[in-house]
Write a protein of this length. Structure first.
Length: 170
């Protein structure tokens, strides 16, 4: 397969776990932009945000995207904020081998899934639900620009994986 399956979507929509299952099932290598950023920086995401701030994190995110753009036949999980920069869209749309899949979920679902999470710096605030709603409102339209959009609120991971495989029609 020539295509790269690129998973996009808000935090807590299941990109990482769906990416892992897709990669196993289709026997394709998996790249996770957050992991690649951590390797590059030699630090965890919370530490990068803490020590250098979000702007620097976003620069690393764009660098990592540039590095993986030439790959073929792999699954790529991206961080939830990858949709924010036009530059990232230019990279993601720069060749026809990228198949962009947005995993969506309602803010209530995201809140439930991430309630005790400490690994997302943007949600370490007094009212995480309010923050999720605010970010979701700003980003929703951007996620909808993907080639396919799947609402995951009522789906188990396996069902999401099956739907993706179905739509990609390998
Ligand atoms: C972010 C999402 C995170 C990570 C960072 C910022 C965002 O990735 O890249 O904390 O801005 O939505 P996940 O979507 O994998 O949680």
């Amino acid at each position: 397969m020539n295509k790269n399956l690129v998973l996009m979507g808000f935090m807590g929509t299941g990109k990482t776990v769906v990416g892992e299952r897709l990669s196993k099932k289709l026997e394709l290598p998996l790249y996770d932009t957050d992991n690649l950023i951590e390797q590059k920086a030699g630090k965890s995401i919370p530490n990068i945000f803490d020590e250098y701030g979000e702007v620097y994190f976003r620069e690393l995110e764009t660098e990592v995207l540039k590095e993986i753009i030439s790959f073929r036949g792999c699954v790529i999980s991206t961080g939830g904020g990858v949709v924010l920069k036009d530059k990232n869209w230019d990279i993601l749309k720069s060749n026809e081998n990228m198949f962009l899949i947005s995993l969506m979920a309602k803010p209530e679902t995201i809140y439930e899934r991430l309630e005790n999470d400490t690994a997302r710096p943007l949600l370490q605030v007094e009212d995480p639900y309010e923050k999720i709603c605010e970010l979701f409102d700003k980003r929703k339209e951007l996620y909808l620009r993907a080639d396919i959009v799947l609402w995951t609120d009522d789906l188990a991971v396996e069902e999401i994986v099956e739907k993706v495989i179905d739509k990609v029609s390998l």
